[in-house]
Structure formats: C-alpha cells, structure tokens
Design a protein around this ligand. Structure first.
Ligand code: ISE
Length: 338
C-alpha cells in the first residue's frame, strides 16, 4: 500500500518535493498539501487525483488520510509543525534547518525523546548525493588514510535582498556543518569565521562572502567559503585532504562544452538542479522506512539540533572575531545507532 503524504509549504522546495514524490518515488502518493497561499497550493497538486488543499497546516497534520508529513514551509515555522506531527504521532521529514534557532531544535529533540520514538528526519539531502556518499565510503575504507583537512565551497547565484548575514550560516553553511560531521563521524569542537571584503554587488545588511573554519574532535580542520551572491551559478565543492591523497567531488555536469571560444562544464542554476538525484534518493529512503521500525538513513532530529547549535556558535564567533568552543549536551540514548 502506498504511504499517503501531506506536504506543508508549497513554495520552491515544497512544490519540487510534491513533483518528485508524485513522479519519481515509489510507494508514495501526495494526498494533501497546505500553504497560506491557496493559489500556490492548488497549482502544486494540479493533475494529482484526490489531493486535498488545506490553508491551515495543523488541519493537514490532523487529516486522517495523511500517514506522514513533509515540512517545507519557511524555516521559522518548522519547529511548530514538526511538534504538531510529534503530538499526532506521525512521521515527519523536515526540510533543513530543523529550526533556525538552537532552542527551537531542542524543543523538537525533547519532544521526541519524551515520545521515545524516532519520528523526525531532517532534509540534509547531501547525505544522499552519490559524490558525497563516495567520499564517505572512501574514508571509511581506509584507502585514503586519515582525514586531515576538508575544503568546502558553497556558492549561490544570488539571494533575496535583506537576508541577514547569520542566515548564510544557519540556512546555507549548515549543510557543510552537517556534511563535515557525517563524513568524518566526529563532532565539531571549535568554530571561527572571517568577514572577507564585502562584495559591492550585495546590499546591506548582508555581509557576503563569509569564510568559516571548523575544527573537529579528532583535529581535522574544515574551511567553508559561503558566497551567496556569486552571480555565475550554483557551485558546491568539497575536497578531502587525507594522508595518502585527496578526493574531491567531480563537477556536477557530465558535459564538457566547447563553444564560442570557450570550453568548460556547465554550472547548475540552483540546488534543485544540482541535488535532484540526492532529493529523489532521500525521499525514497524516507518513504521506504515509513511503517517500519527502522528509522531512515537520513539525518535525525539530533543531527538537526547539532547542526544548528554549531551554526549558531559560528555566528557568535564571527561577531566575537575569535574562535569559540562548541559545547554539546550528551546525546540522548534514543539517537544511539546500532
Ligand atoms: C537553500 O535554502 C538550500 O537549502 C540549499 O541547499 C542551499 O545550498 C542554499 O544555500 C540555501 O539558500
């Protein structure tokens, strides 16, 4: 039987998830969507038989036909809707970040621990990207020797004006924070950040680009360039430097184009194109795990909490102009892996 999914938020990401679930994921049907914008919600389910449109997301969570919920509304609303899913006992996949504040993430972790059931997954889709997966497997195989350094690059074409600088960390670099701890299986213990010369193409109050430095418990140093208004395309890179060599993500495009006196790889316009395969794999994994006792392989609420805790501390470190320690509370036993 197909799992009946309700999607909260039908903006860019939510509408994309509806399409992927309906067309590319087996064992799932989208049976409801909710959005404050009724027109947008209706457009997202155009052509999907029997999908209900709610204007109140809480109604969607309560809807008996909905077995599981995907939250893709604005970041600040994630906590409220994930908590509603926990109260209703429904599995929920929440887009990253679990909450933009560490206090919000903690509420979710505490509610899940009280329930003593793992119902929350967080959409850190890079954990399903074949390139990142290959990098992790290479490290785990021991072929590269021990990891020493990670170089991350995270560039977007442009961001809506007015985005606070902190959002470049809590909304964008939070991916690199998650991927660093997932690749290395180590926690980040100190964080620091620089404000390089500000691009004159970016309006106040956003300071762009940023340069972050994360150090893990095992002494690996990861640097992260975040450039949210890089103009030319969506470019995500990751290079591992290890004892016996290096390994880096290959260019996202399989084509080498020679034209107009130039040769090169095309760069995707945004993350949906770059990570389409990762999103599909993430959703399939989540759907496959529904109704089983085994949680999906994706990030847990605890992972969501830690990523935001490290991101928040990084924002503080940038403000303080110095490196700061990250002190995490003990991980609740619910999140122990077998
Ligand atoms: C966006 O919200 C995402 O989640 C993308 O994956 C990320 O690369 C981008 O920087 C964010 O703005």
């Amino acid at each position: 039987m197909s799992a009946r999914i309700g999607v909260i938020g039908t903006g860019i990401m939510g509408a994309d998830h509806v399409r992927t679930l309906a067309r590319e994921v087996s064992g799932a049907t989208v049976c409801a969507v909710a959005d404050v914008d009724d027109v947008r919600a209706k457009a997202a389910v155009d052509g999907l038989a029997d999908a209900r449109v709610h204007t109140d997301p809480h109604e969607l969570v309560r809807d008996d036909r909905v077995d599981a919920v995907l939250v893709a509304s604005s970041d600040a609303t994630h906590e409220e809707f994930v908590l509603a899913c926990l109260a209703a006992g429904k599995p929920v996949l929440c887009e990253k970040p679990l909450s933009p504040t560490v206090a919000g993430c903690r509420q979710v972790v505490d509610a899940e621990v009280r329930l003593a059931r793992r119902l929350v997954s967080v959409g850190f889709m890079r954990r399903f990207d074949p390139g990142y997966v290959a990098l992790r497997e290479r490290l785990r195989s021991g072929a590269a020797g021990a990891a020493l350094l990670l170089h991350h690059v995270h560039r977007n074409v442009a961001q809506p004006p007015g985005r606070p600088t902190s959002a470049l960390v809590t909304g964008s670099a939070v991916h690199e924070i998650d991927v660093t701890r997932w690749l290395l299986d180590e926690e980040v213990v100190t964080v620091g950040g620089f404000l390089p010369r500000r691009s004159r193409l970016v309006a106040e109050p956003t300071h762009d680009p940023l340069f972050l430095v994360l150090e893990t418990a095992g002494g690996v140093v990861a640097d992260v360039e975040v450039f949210a208004n890089a103009q030319y395309g969506y470019d995500v890179r990751c290079e591992l430097v290890a004892e016996r060599g290096t390994a880096a993500l290959a260019p996202a495009s399989p084509l080498l184009v020679r034209q107009d006196a130039a040769a090169g790889h095309e760069v995707p316009p945004d993350w949906r194109a770059r990570f389409a395969d990762a999103y599909r794999r993430e959703l399939q994994d989540w759907v496959d795990a529904l109704g089983t006792e085994v949680p999906s392989c994706g990030a847990s609420a605890w992972d969501g909490y830690v990523a935001t805790a490290v991101a928040e501390r990084t924002v503080e470190a940038i403000g303080a102009g110095s490196r700061l320690r990250v002190d995490l509370p003990p991980r609740p036993a619910l999140y122990d892996t077998a």
